[in-house]
Design a protein around this ligand. Structure first.
Ligand code: RFL
Ligand code: PHB
Length: 389
């Protein structure tokens, strides 16, 4: 088989790239290790920046998102028995949209299927080859046979554990990493949210987050030690712990119910540099990870795709390599700013056992400053709604 671009990974980055290329008349095949239902069963992001919403509109895939998504004009921080609302709309003239990654992925998959583009699910042992030269190709196993797809470019949209970054190790790849000493225990439940906006809570017992997917589905998180096992957390224990960490009126408003998903995610900051290796590009989580505080992961994947798409479009339409050559530097410049913001917000809102009493006092001082300074709130708001592409 031959195509112009092989996209490894059918997560948000691979799917958005596939749709942008299709719209520009550029042929792409998507390969994924698992199937559609497995991908749609992963509960992940919930907050979209305006830029991500704009990309969904650009590819003609935004109708259901605009019908079902919730526009949020603000977000709250709680700490030391106080609350501080960050007026996103007032401070930045921009907003965020609450719309689950699962829904966004489903919309993209449906759109892709409607125009008959090729996605190969359950592809095992996907391997990129010869991307240093002009004739790269990708091999994979399916139904007991080895298949080969020849192409012009390979987009590595295959997440943190995928084969694309593994293929460039030892070829000048540098990695920068920080692992945090705790995880997030998350619960999804079909209960109305406790509050209309998201609440990020700094509490002596640890961080908590009140988020949502819709007016009838809530997503909550609490910080837990890394060695906690999810099986040890009953639903009741989770609800009790959540209510201890959020403001009293919010605790009272929390509606409990059976969890429909419960999992513990470790927190990590990670960046690979560069993102371009000949004709192979690392995109989204394949190239970088942020801790979820600040909701940047999916949105960064979207901005990477924007830059890569512009490069590929210019290559095919104007035979210019300039955009492709600039991809890594353009994407990394935005990635590092989102890494900084996610790291900062993680440091501000969580209990770090090794930082002790001093660390907690510094957090309280910074939160007090934030609550009294429009300049500090504006800096937070600008980053939260998403820096420009
Ligand atoms: P994905 O979504 O991981 O998709 C990668 C795809 O590649 C496939 N794959 C392979 N395919 C072929 N061969 C192989 N060997 C392969 N190995 C892997 C996988 O099956 C998969 O389909 O990466 P992508 O597209 O770059 O998208 C990134 C986002 O998924 C991620 O950044 C966000 O989910 C992060 N994130 C959040 N981001 C936000 O912007 N806002 C949020 O509110 C937010 N909350 C979160 C999050 C991530 C979380 N977890 C658990 C990771 C909350 C959580 C709990
Ligand atoms: C979520 O709803 O899953 C969510 C929202 C905001 C975050 C992280 C996760 O910062």
């Amino acid at each position: 088989m031959r195509t112009q671009v092989v996209i490894i990974g059918s997560g948000p980055s691979g799917l958005i790239l596939g749709e942008l290329l299709h719209k520009a008349g550029i042929d792409a095949v998507i390969l994924d290790r698992v199937n559609r239902d497995y991908i749609l069963g992963r509960i992940r992001a919930g907050v979209l920046e305006t830029g991500t919403v704009g990309l969904m509109d650009e590819i003609g895939c935004g109708a259901r998102m605009h019908r079902k998504g919730l526009i949020h004009e603000g977000v709250e921080l709680s700490f030391s028995g106080r609350r501080c609302r960050i007026d996103l709309a007032g401070l930045t003239s921009s907003t965020v949209m609450v719309y689950g990654q699962t829904e966004l992925t489903r919309d993209l998959m449906d759109h892709r299927e409607s125009h008959g583009a090729t996605t190969i699910y359950n592809a095992a042992d996907v391997t990129p080859h010869d991307f240093d030269g002009d004739r790269p190709y990708v091999t994979y196993e399916k139904d007991g046979t080895t298949h080969r797809i020849d192409c012009d470019f390979i987009a590595g949209c295959d997440g943190y554990h995928g084969p694309s970054r593994a293929a460039v190790e030892g070829r000048g790849l540098e990695t920068h990493e920080m692992v945090y000493p705790f995880g997030w225990l998350g619960v999804l439940a079909d209960v109305p949210p406790a509050h209309e906006e998201l609440i990020y809570a700094n509490h002596p017992r640890g961080f908590a987050l009140c988020s949502q997917r819709s007016l009838t589905r809530s997503r909550y998180y609490v910080q837990v030690p890394l060695d906690d096992r999810v099986e040890a957390w009953s639903d009741d224990a989770f609800w009790d712990e959540l209510r201890r960490r959020v403001p009293a009126d919010i605790a009272e408003a929390v509606v409990t119910g059976p969890s429909i998903e419960k999992s513990i995610a470790p927190l990590r900051s990670f960046v690979a540099e560069p993102l371009t290796f000949g004709r192979l590009f690392l995109v989204g989580d394949a190239g970088h990870i942020v801790p979820p505080t600040g909701a940047k992961g999916l949105n960064l994947a979207a901005s990477d795709v924007h830059y890569l798409f512009e490069g590929l479009r210019d290559f095919y339409l104007d035979t210019s390599r300039a955009g492709i050559d600039a991809y890594s530097a353009r994407a990394l410049s935005r990635i590092w700013k989102a890494e900084r913001f996610s790291w900062w917000m993680t440091k501000l809102m969580h209990r770090f056992p090794e930082d002790g009493d001093f660390g907690q006092k510094i957090q309280e001082a910074e939160l007090d400053y934030l609550a009294g300074s429009i300049a500090a709130q504006t800096a937070l708001a600008e980053n939260y709604v998403g820096l420009p592409y």
